[in-house]
Design a protein around this ligand. Structure first.
Ligand SMILES: Nc1ncnc2c1ncn2[C@@H]1O[C@H](COP(=O)(O)OP(=O)(O)OP(=O)(O)O)[C@@H](O)[C@H]1O
Ligand SMILES: [Mg+2]
Length: 527
């Protein structure tokens, strides 16, 4: 209702006046204001996020094309302390010319959002957001060079986002000479801070190499220092399969949308074709339980009927979703990865059987390393991964941190203050793999604490911790024995001397007694 014009000193608006101010907000405008949601809340993180978005895309593209990834990351300082040019090049499949402007100049444009398949990217925001941040802070466009094969031309583009429309604006378009036969290079200039250590580009690349042993990454830092993370295996991970949604995880709104969008003309075939694990018979049973005709047209199903369908689905026993949509790292490679980075006394790893949250499959892998050169008196190092991508920020909000803190570590011989992660010379690695990882925000740095996911993480970590407890107990026992042995060793010469005195042995005999007692002591050592 229209408001009356106001009392003194206060400007009030009528509904008509308010109406004039109300207009659509484009997704790009929204994220320009809310850049923290995308991981661009401070200059240090902005640089990391930019590298991460480009490298994650390169790895996804290479794996989808069945190519062993070779990635070149180069960061150069341009004018001023806080300006960098990030250049990420891959030997992937390249991008077809017509798609380049939209991929880099439009938010929410990508190939991964509408499918259920495990990949690093999900949302279709990552790389265009990095380009948008770069343009916002330096005024420079994203530059892309891409070639799809040795006989094809290499295309070069300079693109920015028209944030009002969320549409690309091409500033330059060319065919260029390029020494790569196939692949993509993305260049973004941005305001940032380069620092080594925790939460840095180095740490991200190092951890990426750990979780992706099939990748080689060449890194050139702004100070000119070069580093190569060489691949530890020539074998690409098993290709995860795409799956359809499982009916147990579906919500009413989504069911209604699927009914509207389906290509099937009959309800029974819709249920059978558009979902996984619904046989023709099960589909018929669902229709019967919901009291809807099997040949009903999906587009004509009303909301109440959809509601009945959903209730009927939960009354039918269906198999769990197929699990070949997940490609785990594997116990052996997790251990190998940890060994490459950390010198420890013990390495343990576990790959759990797949589980399901909201009808979506997921799998937890965990690794544990103990002792060696790791610091005795500090908090345990936790390495979090989602679909092989290291998660460095938003630690406190992540299901992995929650689950690790909930484990009673003292029970396994590790120090812990109440409700926190453990402390000691300990590395804990957790990998959550799923065709849809539920992140807490678009920056994809923390996993939402779904109870099913937290529980599986706890079980995986506890499985590792049980081995750790056995190892620590054995080590404690050995140390105790060693202490006793040293104590006895000290008395052996005195025993020899006393026996010599009482029984009148010669010096040779005394030495023999000393030797025999030492041998017996050595033999008692536990293996
Ligand atoms: N280096 C590349 N090689 C081939 N295709 C690429 C490359 N980079 C991006 N793409 C394509 O561009 C799309 C958009 O990338 P973008 O990073 O914006 O989104 P995404 O990876 O799908 O999801 P997310 O927002 O979670 O990163 C990808 O889905 C992919 O199809
Ligand atoms: Mg991406």
């Amino acid at each position: 209702m229209a408001k009356k014009r106001a009392k003194k000193g206060r400007i009030t608006l009528t509904a008509d006046e308010m109406g004039l101010q109300q207009r659509e907000i484009s997704i790009s405008e929204f994220f320009t204001k809310n850049r923290h949601l995308l991981g661009f809340d401070n200059p240090r993180r902005a640089l990391l996020t930019t590298v991460k978005e480009a490298v994650d895309n390169s790895l996804d593209a290479c794996e989808e094309a069945g190519v062993l990834p070779d990635i070149w990351v180069r960061i150069r300082q341009t004018n001023g302390e806080d300006r960098f040019r990030v250049e990420v090049t891959d030997n992937g499949p390249g991008i077809v010319k017509s798609q380049i402007p939209r991929i880099f100049g439009k938010l929410l444009y990508g190939s991964k959002f509408h499918r259920l398949k495990m990949s690093r990217g999900q949302q279709g925001i990552g790389i265009s957001a990095a380009g948008m941040y770069g343009h916002l802070t330096t005024g420079k466009p994203v530059a892309i060079t891409s070639r799809t094969g040795p006989v094809q031309d290499a295309h070069y583009y300079q693109v920015i986002i028209n944030t009002k429309e969320n549409e690309p604006r091409i500033l330059k378009e060319d065919i260029v000479e390029w020494d790569m036969e196939r692949g993509t290079r993305v260049e973004i200039e941005l305001e940032g801070t380069f620092q080594r250590g925790n939460w840095s580009v180095d740490e991200y690349l190092e951890q990426t190499a750990t979780a992706n042993p099939h990748v080689t990454i060449h890194f050139e830092a702004p100070d000119g220092k070069k580093q190569v993370f060489k691949r530890a295996t020539e074998v690409l991970p098993e290709e995860p399969k795409e799956i359809k949604p499982h009916p147990y995880g579906i919500e009413l709104g989504m069911l209604i949308r699927m009914l509207q969008e389906t290509k099937c003309h009959k309800l029974q075939s819709f249920l059978h074709n558009d979902f996984c694990r619904v046989s023709s018979r099960a589909a018929k049973e669902i229709c019967e339980k919901a009291g809807i005709y099997v040949n009903a047209r999906p587009k004509r199903i009303a909301q109440q009927e959809a509601d009945r369908l959903l209730k009927a689905v939960h009354k039918i026993k269906l198999r769990k979703p197929p699990m070949d949509c997940i490609s785990p790292i594997g116990q052996e490679l997790i251990e190998k990865g940890m060994r490459k980075q950390f010198e420890a006394d013990l390495y343990i790893s576990v790959t759990r059987a797949p589980a399901v949250y909201r009808g979506i499959p997921f799998m937890i892998e965990a690794g544990l390393a103990h002792g060696g050169k790791m610091k005795e008196r500090s908090a345990a190092k936790v390495m979090r991964f989602a679909n092989r991508v290291p998660l460095l920020y938003n630690t406190g909000a992540c299901a992995i941190t929650h689950a690790i803190s909930k484990v009673n570590w003292r029970q396994y011989g590790v120090e812990q203050s109440n409700g926190s992660p453990p402390s000691g010379p300990l590395l804990i690695l957790v990998h959550v793999a799923s065709p849809w990882v539920p992140f807490t925000s678009e920056s994809k740095e923390a996993i939402a604490p779904y109870p099913e996911i937290e529980k599986e993480i706890m079980l995986a970590v506890q499985e590792c911790a049980r081995d750790l407890r056995r190892f620590l107990n054995r080590r404690r026992r050995r140390a105790e024995e060693q202490r006793k042995r040293e104590y006895i060793q000290k008395y052996i010469p005195h025993i020899g001397e006393a026996l010599q005195e009482i029984l009148g042995f010669s010096d040779r005999e005394r030495k023999k007694i000393d030797k025999n007692l030492t041998t017996i002591l050595e033999k008692s050592r536990t293996k």
